[in-house]
Design a protein around this ligand. Structure first.
Ligand SMILES: Nc1ncnc2c1ncn2[C@@H]1O[C@H](COP(=O)(O)OP(=O)(O)OP(=O)(O)O)[C@@H](O)[C@H]1O
Length: 240
């Protein structure tokens, strides 16, 4: 298993943003990580990417413990944070070169060309990041996450802010990357989950409320739409 999470908990003061969740993700599969606003998705993803430590519980990435072996664990993961922080005064290629140097990526000039191609940045590759539209900035964020060809990709709302054409392209890219990587990504677009994901985890107020293959979820919930299933599992007031 490429990602193993056991009884993971993160408390901010009195609030448990993530409350004893357990799940696993496998190579060659794409997991949709879902939940309403404030459910604890970003917090979990930050822990898996070694950006913040958990309060208790265990998280392994490709067998490496994020607390006890963060350097190795971090090497396994490409991470696209929710707000996609970029050095906007840098040119696209300059920024990717900077990331490649951080990773000590072999054949970096060739690899940068490859990822620019893969994420469809070709026409914008000579611009400053500050000059790019939101969708193209998102592509730069995805490019930096995959640059080092990590076995695990964790992407926090990778398609947020993309136009419908870009959505189709980036979903296809996620599907392609998912063939030989483990991908965990969050989204609020249920249609996207149905189009892209093999497995689904849903959390609500920090606790796990669903964890299965998309196929099993549909059959257990008697083929309701994923949107209906999501609402039923995460809302106390709506009966679907
Ligand atoms: N640094 C922090 N300090 C205190 N509380 C925090 C911090 N980061 C997150 N939280 C709280 O933890 C809870 C979970 O937040 P998180 O960002 O993980 O949710 P999310 O599921 O990613 O939400 P969204 O879909 O809105 O992005 C929220 O109540 C949030 O306010």
């Amino acid at each position: 298993m490429s990602i193993q999470v056991e009884n993971l908990t993160k408390a901010y003061g009195q609030q448990k943003a993530v409350d004893s969740i357990s799940f696993s993700a496998n190579n060659g599969r794409i997991m949709g990580f879902l939940g309403p606003n404030g459910a604890g998705k970003s917090t979990t993803m930050k822990i898996l990417s070694c950006f913040i430590p958990q309060t208790s519980g265990k998280a392994l990435v490709n067998g490496f413990d994020v607390l006890t072996n963060p350097v190795e664990a971090k090497r396994q993961v490409g991470y696209l944070p929710e707000h996609n922080p970029l050095y906007i005064e840098m040119y696209v290629k300059e920024y990717l070169n900077f990331i490649a140097e951080l990773h000590q990526t072999p054949n970096k000039v060739q690899r940068i060309k490859e990822v620019i191609d893969l994420v469809g940045l070709g026409v914008e590759q000579n611009k400053k990041i500050a000059q790019l539209s939101k969708g193209y900035r998102q592509r730069v964020g995805i490019a930096q996450a995959i640059l080092n060809d990590p076995p695990v990709l964790i992407m926090d709302e990778p398609t947020s802010g993309l136009d419908p054409n870009q959505l189709v392209d980036i979903r296809q890219l996620i599907r392609d990357l998912g063939k030989d990587k483990t991908i965990v990504f969050s989204t609020h677009i249920m249609q996207e989950v149905e189009a892209v994901c093999d497995d689904v985890v849903i959390i609500n107020k920090g606790t796990l409320v669903e964890n299965d293959s998309l196929q099993n979820i549909f059959s257990r919930h008697k083929s309701k739409s994923l949107e209906e299933i999501f609402i039923r599992l995460t809302s106390q007031n709506v009966v679907v």
